[in-house]
Design a protein around this ligand. Structure first.
Ligand SMILES: [Zn+2]
Length: 294
């Protein structure tokens, strides 16, 4: 337990973070260790907020100073545990709430090493389908842990797993400053989620909802239709994780042969076509700007 007398001193025990651990996860584990709630711990640390997860996205200098003193850690290392240095173009690709994915083998290892419940940063990144720490396919957090299944088993797009992994690597390379791309893969992710209409619905008369990505993987449209409000180019992070391999495989294919973009464009209509063209142009310009800034 911690009390007011401790408020001016560093914590007596500081837990070792796991690889790539998210700041809020590390702080929550300290709260649990000292037997207090997260909000209570935040208040005791005098961080000016009771919401630890806010710190993953916004961390002021006073908070950095306070945390590095209380937890006896390097301010730079502390900042690296957050998403505050994330380039603006990828900020929307970070899930703000609960992590949608988990690496079961790393989670088991954390538990064995006394860091049960630790959350690494990549469990919040919407372009990840494999674990950078151990290489295993990630699992949907909603899947029962005892089933031992990963996305590679549960996704309806498991058949394009290899291409999806290639898409994941492309996005990582782009974010790390690889300037060899003609199109920004991040902007392409948005472009492929543009909503459009297909000429014939199930009954052959009314137009049916579709997405640009459906021109590459036709089954995407059928799977996306029942949850169409969640599938939107302005909110890539809202795409259910089971459909993520399709999006990443679509990115890998269009990066490998950009001519596919013309074919996809021809299958979009009305506002969808305009939005798709605009986003493809953005993808081209973003890649060019990245090249020029290096
Ligand atoms: Zn792992």
């Amino acid at each position: 337990m911690i009390d007011d007398d401790d408020a001016q001193r560093p914590l007596p025990v500081v837990l070792k973070p796991v690889d790539d651990e998210l700041l809020s996860s590390w702080l929550e584990r300290h709260a649990a260790y000292y037997g207090v709630s997260g909000p209570f711990f935040a208040k005791w640390l005098m961080l000016g907020t009771r919401n630890l997860s806010l710190l993953d996205h916004r961390l002021g200098l006073t908070q950095v100073a306070r945390l590095s003193e209380k937890l006896r850690c390097d301010p730079i290392a502390l900042i690296a545990m957050t998403f505050i240095d994330t380039p603006a173009r990828s900020a929307e690709l970070i899930c703000r709430n609960r992590a949608p994915q988990i690496c079961r083998s790393c989670a088991e290892r954390h538990a064995r090493e006394g860091a049960s419940g630790a959350v690494p940063k990549h469990w919040r990144k919407v372009w990840r389908i494999t674990c950078p720490a151990c290489g295993a396919p990630l699992s949907d957090t909603n899947e029962r842990p005892d089933a031992g299944e990963t996305l590679r088993d549960t996704s309806p797009f498991a058949r394009v797993w290899k291409e999806a992994v290639a898409g994941e690597a492309i996005i990582e390379r782009f974010l790390q400053g690889d300037v060899s791309f003609d199109y920004s893969p991040i902007a392409l992710m948005r472009a492929l989620l543009v909503h459009t209409w297909r000429p014939c619905g199930a009954n052959g008369r009314e137009p049916a909802a579709g997405w640009a990505l459906g021109a590459i993987f036709p089954e995407f449209d059928n799977l996306a239709r029942p949850i169409k409000r969640r599938i939107n180019h302005a909110a890539v992070a809202a795409l259910p994780i089971s459909l993520r391999p399709a999006l990443l495989a679509g990115v890998a294919r269009t990066i490998a042969s950009p001519a596919i973009l013309d074919a996809v464009r021809d299958e979009t209509s009305l506002r969808g076509r305009r939005a798709f063209e605009r986003l493809c142009e953005t993808a081209r310009l973003e890649a060019q700007t990245t090249k020029e800034s290096h």
